[in-house]
Design a protein around this ligand. Structure first.
Ligand SMILES: NC(=O)c1ccc[n+]([C@@H]2O[C@H](COP(=O)([O-])OP(=O)(O)OC[C@H]3O[C@@H](n4cnc5c(N)ncnc54)[C@H](OP(=O)(O)O)[C@@H]3O)[C@@H](O)[C@H]2O)c1
Length: 268
């Protein structure tokens, strides 16, 4: 089987399936990993990109350079999406740079890997604020310009840890469960305005996030073996599904959790 196209960011854009010309996409945590691929893919379809990062300026600048090379406009904003003041500034800058947000991809994540019985208040707040509170308050802010235009797309990144138990994943799993519930509530409230809200749940994707897992190599091997497709999901494959959800073809997909995991989640 040929697999050389798996890592290509250009596969669908050559066919021009989704036009996002004139739209603005704010992708949280888009300096590296899955968020970076999503930003590049949306840029390929013509969207202006608001590129958000928290700590690593150099990585944000590299990704911004790549977006510009592809002919799209980009504005970088350093902001901790778990802080309301930072979120306010993020949306204000998006508004100043491009006149509002049409697509919000709530992708940034952080968290403490520990058993549930060892989680403290600070760790709970840190994880839930960055992963889930950011979706609620991000969606409230994004909805302002989306409602005015009668069109919008809100997509968040979740994981199977929302419904299954993985070692040490307790509090991150809780934050992902909150994202999925919120996805459904927001979807119903925003549907009358032409705004769709959905979440994408990837299988294991090899990014720097995995370096924090104590048993990374074991986890990668286990995932490959257990996945019916026999391999890991690439960031580009996740980005293509997010881009599809932004298209007109996906206008009636409302409040869904889309699994992009090569069948991992359906195997007993
Ligand atoms: N990788 C997987 O196997 C996998 C599987 C299922 C779901 N997901 C989900 O997919 C999403 C992306 O994961 P990933 O693996 O690509 O992560 P990653 O490689 O760790 O990248 C995280 C990104 O988020 C940014 N970030 C971290 N904390 C932030 C904060 N407080 N405010 C703003 N930005 C922040 C980082 O910027 P800095 O470097 O500047 O901090 C970076 O750009 C997450 O929601 C994750 O839960 C991942």
């Amino acid at each position: 089987m040929r697999t050389d196209w798996l890592d290509s960011d250009y596969l669908l854009s050559k066919e021009g399936t989704v036009s996002l010309n004139g739209k603005t996409a704010l992708v949280t945590g888009s300096s590296r990993g899955i968020g970076r691929s999503i930003a590049l893919r949306l840029a390929d379809e013509g969207a202006n990109i608001v590129l958000n990062y928290f700590r690593k300026r150099g990585r944000a600048e590299e990704t911004a350079q790549e977006i510009q090379t592809r002919g799209a406009r980009v504005h970088i904003v350093k902001a901790n999406v778990g802080e309301l003041e930072d979120l306010d500034r993020l949306f204000e800058e998006a508004h100043q740079a491009f006149g509002g947000v049409d697509i919000l991809v709530s992708n940034a994540a952080s968290g403490v890997l520990k058993p549930a019985l060892e989680i403290g208040d600070k760790e709970w707040n840190w994880t839930v604020d960055i992963n889930a509170k950011s979706l609620l308050y991000g969606a409230q802010r994004a909805a302002v310009s989306m409602k005015q235009k009668g069109w919008g797309r809100i997509i968040s990144l979740t994981s199977l840890g929302s419904v299954r138990v993985f070692p040490e994943y307790s509090i991150v799993g809780v934050s992902k469960a909150a994202i999925e519930a919120l996805t459904r509530y927001l979807a119903v409230e925003l549907a009358p305005y032409g705004i769709t809200v959905n979440a994408v749940s990837p299988g294991v994707v090899e990014t720097e996030a995995l370096n924090f897992f104590p048993s990374k190599d074991q986890m990668l091997e286990w995932s490959k073996t257990r996945t019916p497709m026999g391999r890991l999901v690439t960031p580009q494959e996740v980005a293509r599904v997010v881009t599809f959800l932004c298209s007109e073809d996906a206008a009636m997909i409302c409040g869904q959790i889309i699994h992009v995991d090569g069948g991992y989640s359906i195997v007993a």
